[in-house]
Design a protein around this ligand. Structure first.
Ligand code: MN
Length: 229
């Protein structure tokens, strides 16, 4: 029996271009960190004290390369969340903070698009977040930049809507730094090449409407552009 005797042709993996060449980074899993900037935890009604990090996931095929974002018809409150995205190049389990950065392939600028009305309803009812977080095209990202060229200990993170600044923060405000995120995440999941981690959003999240243009930025990584249609 052939190893690839599938009953139908499996889809190609989701992927993002790697900046500066024609290679693509295939995506295996999409992890997201919740409430990783104190000011955003406060705006969402939570205590910013350093509680252990928590994670949720999106689907790999939710990842798109910016461009047009279609408003889902089943939500009345679609929010932007600008985030630094970490791309894992070397897998592992129980990775220490000392080793963590050697597992990083590179970085991207991402938007953790969120159906806030459905997420809030799910929170109230003690239900999972998937319908509010892991919907179609919910993870627009920029091309991936190889890590050699990036300092991610400091750097501005911002988002403009129609040219007006809406979100503003700095990577030095992350409650859980990238090595700590990798340590915690690899303590509960086996990380593998192709995993990406959306590291949390600074304060200032808000809703989009049809016709909006979004520009998100992370110093040293780049920009993402989105048009809401
Ligand atoms: Mn987020």
């Amino acid at each position: 029996m052939s190893q690839d005797n599938y009953v139908f042709t499996p889809p190609k993996p989701a992927s993002l271009p790697v900046a500066g060449g024609d290679e693509r980074f295939p995506i295996r899993r999409v992890y997201c960190v919740g409430r990783n900037y104190a000011a955003h935890a406060v705006e969402m009604g939570h205590d910013p004290d350093k509680e252990p990090p928590f994670f949720f996931q999106k689907n790999p095929d939710n990842v798109t390369l910016g461009g047009d974002f279609t408003l889902p018809a089943h939500s009345q409150e679609v929010h932007y969340e600008i985030e630094l995205v970490v791309a894992i190049g070397k897998g592992g389990r129980d990775i220490s903070t000392q080793d963590a950065m050697s597992h990083v392939y590179g970085y991207a600028v991402g938007l953790d698009m969120t159906l806030r009305d459905l997420q809030s309803q799910a929170k109230k009812m003690g239900r999972p977040w998937e319908i509010g977080k892991a919907f179609e095209k919910s993870a627009p990202c920029s091309p991936i930049v190889r890590k050699e060229s990036v300092d991610v200990d400091n750097g501005a993170v911002w988002l403009k809507v129609n040219g007006d600044i809406k979100q503003e923060g700095d990577l030095n405000q992350l409650i859980w730094k990238i090595p700590e995120v990798i340590e915690h995440l690899s303590g509960v999941f086996e990380l593998a090449p192709g995993d990406i981690i959306m590291t949390g959003t600074p304060a200032g999240v808000g809703a989009v409407k049809k016709g909006d243009t979004l520009q998100g930025h992370v110093d040293g990584v780049g920009d993402i552009h989105l048009k809401v249609v």
